[in-house]
Design a protein around this ligand. Structure first.
Ligand SMILES: [Fe+2]
Length: 244
């Protein structure tokens, strides 16, 4: 747990990066395994050249090439949740680069995910280089799903896509998802760029303001109508996983 002085210092470092215009760089990596298509994001601090990777899966070489191209060193692995297509390379990369894997306490408890390098995160932000990493707990798709805010970029995993939101298993989790999306809408500024784990066609990095206009799942005003729509019958599972 960080003391106030340390946390203030971390905020000061992040402010310094903002004031000097040296904001984190997001490198978008699309990775595939058979029909599975995921977005991994390498986020690089331009000052220290330290980097974190979000939800690494499927193509280690592609991630390593991006690290080399960015002249960056890998300092940690952020996982939005524990589903296999979001943690596939977490352990091998943590071992190879001797860096931590961050996952929310709630997700670890719900999934049993374990690794030698695993760090259970609570709600406190922390820094990598000059980048302030702020976890935002957004349950619904899984009990411990977490988004990460770095600079003006939000990494949403399977919580929020440009075109929709992640699958929910039952009414209770759909209600949680509704609350999570409401939380994001009220907590974040409209300029924040959204980087999801998957896409149905729109490129990652759209602004929240755009999603609030276009994304059907952000239009609901009460949890019951949201849950009824999220869990409606006749949804085509094949289409749901037909990511582009
Ligand atoms: Fe998932």
């Amino acid at each position: 747990m960080l003391g106030n002085y340390e946390l203030n210092q971390q905020y000061a470092n992040a402010d310094c990066a903002r004031n000097t215009g040296m904001m984190p760089r997001v490198i978008v990596l699309k990775t595939c395994y058979h029909s599975m298509k995921n977005y991994n994001y390498l986020v690089v601090d331009p000052i220290s050249r330290e980097a974190v990777i979000v939800d690494p899966a499927w193509e280690m070489e592609k991630i390593e090439e991006a690290l080399l191209d960015a002249h960056a060193s890998l300092s940690g692995i952020l996982t939005t949740h524990s589903h296999p297509d979001h943690v596939h390379l977490a352990k091998p990369m943590a071992e190879k680069y001797e860096c931590p894997i961050w996952m929310s306490k709630g997700e670890i408890a719900a999934s049993g995910f374990d690794a030698k390098q695993l760090i259970a995160i609570d709600g406190n932000p922390w820094t990598v280089g000059h980048m302030l990493i702020t976890p935002i707990f957004t349950p619904g798709h899984t009990p411990g799903s977490t988004c990460y805010l770095i600079g003006d970029n939000l990494f949403t995993g399977d919580v929020l896509f440009a075109e929709g939101c992640g699958i929910c298993l039952d009414v209770e989790s759909a209600h949680e998802m509704f609350a999570s999306l409401e939380h994001l809408k009220t907590r974040l500024t409209p300029e924040i760029r959204i980087f999801p784990g998957h896409s149905y066609g729109k490129p990652p990095g759209q602004r929240l303001a755009q999603l609030c206009k276009d994304n059907m799942y952000l239009q609901f005003t009460d949890k019951n109508s949201f849950a009824a729509f999220r869990l409606r019958s006749g949804q085509n599972l094949g289409k749901m996983f037909n990511f582009s």
